[in-house]
Write a protein that binds this ligand. Structure first.
Ligand SMILES: NC(=O)c1ccc[n+]([C@@H]2O[C@H](COP(=O)([O-])OP(=O)(O)OC[C@H]3O[C@@H](n4cnc5c(N)ncnc54)[C@H](OP(=O)(O)O)[C@@H]3O)[C@@H](O)[C@H]2O)c1
Length: 322
């Protein structure tokens, strides 16, 4: 089969012949029609992902055909029995196993789900990893309630936009941050109450004056700006962190944390029950994922460059001719 292959760290990705998948017991082979990028794939191309090996076919998000039926794939593999946290065998599709940026993939049959009827193949491929991460962070971890006020940082991100759409559909009042005025404006067009540019001096004070504080904040940046986010939480507020794009948090104020009864919650991906619930939620609310752009698999490197440069608003999709 043909696949988008990374031969070594920092090498350009290229479409090459790659061995066809051989299904193990309990697995099926899906003919892929589209895949989508996650920041994880960019980390992999930089050789910075634990367990990296070469050559590797990246890709955690995929949609395609199984026995003539349109399907999408749950990239959470071997979560285990405990819904509160994944077990030791847990791994994500696309490393160490061969990923979705290929014509075919072998995957456990239990990870294959029907595509909601209102979605195209490209929209469906945009959902799995980001949608699952967003769903668990917002509902299982933050326990979002209708009418609550939510802040989503870095709204251009793939996961962030799912959080946005899910929170709105669940009846929350949503604000956003971004490095880009244009992305904030787009979020406001989609129903955000307001937003702030996290690169501007004094942004958090201005946002607090405007919005009055937040019940829930969903963040993937962490880093030195995290205390600014914490200052925006209402007493007993919850902040869920699912990424660490800006690295460690150097200056957390313990007094602020305990005196204001704040909750910092970590979240990663989700289990198969959450995946099924997430797809049903998307179906029920007729949610269409924000697709930033669609590239042919043969131009995969350009898709990776777009994500690495942070230019996207939503998911970057790869179209796979099959
Ligand atoms: N734990 C998990 O299960 C899980 C799952 C998925 C992703 N992640 C992690 O979450 C992060 C985002 O992943 P993604 O796939 O959504 O990536 P993405 O689509 O590339 O989004 C990254 C976004 O981060 C935002 N950002 C950058 N610096 C920021 C800052 N200082 N403050 C706030 N936002 C900032 C940018 O938003 P603007 O362009 O609007 O400025 C950018 O669009 C990555 O670190 C990834 O590894 C973790």
């Amino acid at each position: 089969m043909r696949a988008l292959v990374l031969s070594s760290a920092e090498a350009p990705l290229s479409v090459q012949e790659f061995p066809d998948p051989v299904p193990r017991e309990g697995e099926v082979v899906v003919d892929l029609a589209a895949g989508a990028l996650n920041y994880r794939d960019v980390w992999i191309t930089k050789g910075k992902y634990p367990g990296i090996h070469f050559p590797v076919v990246p890709g955690s998000d995929g949609a395609g055909w199984l026995n003539g039926k349109p399907v999408l794939l749950n990239p959470s593999l071997q979560w285990g029995d405990n819904p509160a946290a994944q077990g030791k065998s847990y791994h994500i599709l696309g490393l160490p196993t061969t990923g979705t940026f290929a014509e075919r993939i072998a995957i456990p049959a239990e990870n294959v789900f029907d595509i909601p009827a209102h979605l195209t193949m490209e929209q469906a491929a945009a959902i799995p990893l980001g949608g699952l991460t967003a769903y668990r962070a917002l509902f299982s971890r933050a326990n979002l309630q209708p009418g609550e006020r939510v802040l989503i940082s870095g709204i251009g991100g793939g996961v962030a936009l799912f959080v946005f759409q899910f929170a709105r559909a669940a009846g929350a009042e949503v604000y956003v941050t971004s490095s880009s005025a244009e992305k904030i404006a787009r979020a406001v067009d989609m129903g955000a109450k307001g937003g702030a540019n996290y690169r501007e001096e004094g942004w958090s004070g201005r946002l607090k004056a405007e919005a009055g504080g937040f019940d829930v904040i969903i963040d993937s940046a962490a880093g030195p700006g995290f205390p600014d986010l914490m200052s925006l939480l209402l007493p007993a507020g919850r902040i869920v962190l699912y990424g660490g794009t800006r690295g460690p948090i150097p200056n957390l104020n313990p007094q602020q944390l305990f005196w204001r009864q704040l909750n910092i919650l970590g979240s990663t991906m989700g289990h198969s029950g959450e995946f099924a619930d997430m797809i049903a939620f998307i179906d029920r609310h007729r949610i269409e994922p924000a697709v930033d752009s669609v590239f042919p698999l043969t131009n995969g490197q350009a898709a990776f460059d777009r994500m690495a440069n942070g230019l996207q608003f939503g998911k970057i999709v790869l179209q796979i001719d099959n």
